[in-house]
Design a protein around this ligand. Structure first.
Ligand code: 7RM
Length: 657
């Protein structure tokens, strides 16, 4: 890193430094005062009704804004609309048919530009093809594809005819796919021959075939050709996309759906037990994703080029690659492959090539880019960027400041957005033209959202204070339940604190009331009677100049109950040593207190992560306790944990320190 840049970052990292919106940003921003927050707080239902009417086109109006029969909410009751109509037809009818919906780039370098008119045409043909395969309103359709334009098309085609989609991320194993198909009792699977990832073929069809051997409800499989590597087709069951879809009519009237009809199921990656089929419905979901997409990203639909670099296989992709952006008539970028193919500057070359103005990433990606170094972003002109977003995990201040300076050029507000598959849409986030940012804080609840911090008895802890994050009133895009298991829905989210939604995350509020997320409460350690959050120790570790990334778990310990076990990735060029272990332990001791010092530190090249980039601490705990590894099917790379395990066990004397 150039020395001056290093100095800038060091100076920005001064504890307590805050970032008010710049005058330049405020001048063009959508929200610059508290009027909307205050109006929403005074009358949340009236506020959401106003947004639903303004942002969406309804075939028939609702008669009741919200019915709340705890824990079951319905929104815009009696209203009728169609999601695909809202994402496509109405924009074409309004004359925006030639506007680009997606600039798509394949990993090998092939590109496609898809306008709203073309997307409507393709979605209509696909919807007719699904009908031809026997899909009817209410049927479940599983989707197992890579990041190709046909993936959003598949979601929209289902929505067009009232079928329920259930997307399974293309990196999941045959067992995961099988379990999700069977739980949803899907009738049709949409998949492909393969997907491109890091220059190789991900064999989707082979994996799907393995799953389908045990999926009795699947009648037909629609297969998209992408990699053309030659895959077996089962006579009578499998149909090539290119044989069926182009031959269909491009006229498929959108089905009028009830506001509360099921739009999709999405299975949570399940860090424990059986995956949960999270249910999202139509009117409330689309209202809140459109609202948050417009105001959190301060969208200017005529000028912005928006890129959410998540995968459609997880909720961020559903809400902020497909439904939010298309409802708001956005021009988006979509990229198929990995960020280091052919080189580690791929993302930045895409930003420069398409003139991306808004970029939405996960902290895990940002930390990876930090580890790779500034030479890669420095190869490209990224002056088109005007706003940056973060989602998926707490972002540590070092990564925040790096993102701010190296990617945003010190000019772009960063919206740190907290939300969940279950919430459907962003819940806590800065409003970039209003909120003064603090690196590492998701700041405040958005307009219309009730959030609080409670203690173990469910009592509000006030400001400042720490405890459990809860949501205090229903919101339009909230999950409507767990597919097939209403009791589990009640137990998981509503039983812990009376009348409040339990998010499962620990949180602290500072003197100014800012929310600081501390990670999952299952990840809190109890060391000699003290609660220590894994996130706090991880933040302390990545605050050391030698450390790129860290994961911490509480391992069972005979004397202290639990002991802190740390897994640390060093920055490029730093050599692991016993001296460094001591230095890092002292560093944590100084930052938090001696009680938080890791008892063991293992240097590793990689950490076990889900495909959406979340560290699977449960598996590291198994490793640290030398237990058989739990379910590893949701891992991005199952080999990583095995290799950590063998190195952990080979580690000299760590335990008897
Ligand atoms: C969107 C998504 C949800 C969990 C959530 C948190 C963590 C997400 C943030 C965050 C701190 C953030 N859906 N999380 N965003 N923690 N700051 N900005 O990630 O269902 O896959 O995960 O992710 O623990 O409960 S998810």
């Amino acid at each position: 890193m150039a020395d001056d840049r290093h100095d800038t970052i060091e100076s920005l990292l001064v504890e307590g430094r805050t970032y008010p919106p710049s005058a330049e940003f405020v001048a063009g921003a959508r929200v610059t005062d508290r009027a909307m927050l205050e109006a929403a707080d005074a009358d949340p239902e009236g506020f959401w009704a106003g947004q639903a009417a303004e942002l969406l086109t309804w075939f028939e109006p609702w008669h009741t804004v919200c019915e709340w029969d705890l824990p079951f909410a319905t929104w815009f009751v009696g209203g009728k609309l169609n999601v695909s109509y809202n994402c496509l037809d109405r924009h074409v009818e309004a004359g925006a048919g030639d506007k680009v919906a997606y600039h798509w780039e394949g990993e090998p370098g092939d590109t496609r530009t898809i306008t709203y008119a073309q997307l409507l045409d393709e979605v209509s043909r696909l919807a007719n093809a699904l009908k031809a395969l026997g899909v009817e309103k209410g049927d479940r359709v599983n989707v197992y594809l890579g990041m190709v334009p046909e993936l959003p098309m598949a979601l929209l085609a289902c929505a067009r005819i009232g079928a329920v989609h259930s997307v399974v991320f293309g990196g999941f194993s045959a067992d995961s796919l099988r379990d999700r198909i069977n739980d949803a009792e899907a009738k049709v699977l949409i998949t492909g021959d393969g997907a491109w990832r890091r220059g190789s073929v991900v064999p989707l069809k082979e994996t799907a075939d393995e799953a389908l051997a045990e999926c009795p409800t699947i009648e037909k499989v629609l297969v998209l050709q992408r990699t053309a590597h030659g895959v077996p087709m089962t006579e009578g069951r499998d149909v090539w996309w290119h044989d069926l879809v182009p031959a269909q009519s491009d006229d498929c009237p959108p089905e009028p759906m009830d506001a509360e009809d099921l739009l999709y199921l999405l299975y949570t990656s399940g860090t424990t037990a059986k995956p949960k089929g999270i249910m999202h419905t139509t009117g409330g979901y689309l209202t809140q994703v459109a609202f948050t997409h417009k105001y959190v990203f301060d969208l200017r639909p005529d000028d912005d080029v928006y890129w959410c670099a998540a995968d459609v296989g997880w909720v961020t992709g559903h809400s902020y690659i497909v439904y939010g952006p298309l409802t708001n008539q956005t021009t988006s970028v979509m990229y198929e492959g990995s960020p280091d193919h052919p080189d580690k500057d791929r993302f930045w070359s895409i930003v420069a090539k398409y003139g991306v103005t808004i970029l939405y990433l996960a902290p895990t990606a940002i930390r990876t880019f930090m580890k790779w170094g500034t030479e890669f972003p420095e190869r490209h002109d990224m002056s088109s960027l005007r706003l940056l977003g973060s989602v998926g995990e707490p972002i540590n201040p070092e990564a925040w400041v790096w993102y701010w300076e190296v990617i945003g050029g010190g000019r772009c507000p960063i919206v740190d957005t907290w939300w969940q598959t279950e919430t459907g849409a962003i819940m806590l986030s800065p409003l970039p033209g209003l909120t003064t940012l603090k690196p590492g804080s998701a700041t405040f609840p958005l307009p219309g959202i009730g959030a609080d911090v409670v203690d173990t008895d469910g009592a509000s802890v006030g400001v400042p204070g720490g405890g459990y994050l809860v949501l205090t009133r229903p919101w339009p895009s909230m999950l409507r339940g767990i597919w097939g298991d209403p009791e589990r829905y009640r137990d998981t989210y509503w039983a812990r604190f009376d009348g409040k939604y339990f998010a499962g995350d620990g949180v602290k509020r500072d003197d100014d009331g800012y929310f600081w997320l501390l990670g999952r409460v299952d990840d809190v350690m109890l060391v000699s009677g003290h609660n220590i959050s894994t996130a706090e120790v991880e933040h302390a570790l990545v605050g050391h100049h030698a450390v790129a990334e860290a994961a911490v778990v509480g391992k069972t310990d005979a004397t202290s109950g639990q002991a802190v076990a740390a897994f640390v990735i060093l920055k490029a060029g730093v050599e692991p040593s016993e001296a460094l272990v001591g230095e890092l332990r002292d560093h944590v001791g100084n930052a938090i207190g001696p009680i938080a010092k890791p008892k063991t530190i293992l240097f590793t090249e990689d950490l076990p992560k889900t495909r959406s980039g979340k560290i699977m601490r449960r598996l590291l705990k198994d490793v640290s306790e030398d237990k058989a590894l739990g379910d590893t099917t949701t891992l991005a790379d199952p080999g990583v944990v095995e290799s950590i395990k063998s190195r952990y066990l080979a580690q000299p004397g760590g335990d008897d320190e």
